[in-house]
Design a protein around this ligand. Sequence first.
Ligand code: HEC
Length: 124
Amino acid sequence: MRAGFGFWGLMFVAATSVAPGHAADVDHGRTIAQRWCAACHIIATGQTTAKADAPPFEAIAKSRTAPALRLFLANPYPRMPDMSLSRDEIADLVAFIKTYGLAPSETPEPPPTEQDNPDKDRRG
Ligand code: HEC
């Protein structure tokens, strides 16, 4: 038993400290989009069915900045169901949408830090 705990204890610390924090998660954003947005929006190339008047995510990425998208998704919109997305879900969705491009004059956002999170439980 000698020294065994110390070694595995260290391995545990090493493994958990590299786990991602609350940075926006593009894969999670894609999952949400497939579930909640794909009925109306084209969310990926190759998708064939969508509502004609809902712009594809690629067009949205190229016409709206990330902050504008977050604001849009944080508020109810008459022509879309109120999906009651959390701040984290919105951040993930916007990160996914932004993989399709940037609006004119928009520069890529730096990755979010913990400082972006103090008000993450506040609802708009
Ligand atoms: C019931 C159908 C429907 C669903 C579901 C839906 N949308 Fe929409 N969405 C629309 C329609 C229709 C418009 C266009 C409204 C307009 O131009 O007035 C739109 C517009 C938008 C816009 C604004 C685009 C722009 O530049 O004006 C964004 C952003 C958006 N949707 C994101 C989403 C996201 C993200 C989801 C999933 C969480 C989603 N929508 C789910 C129908 C839907």
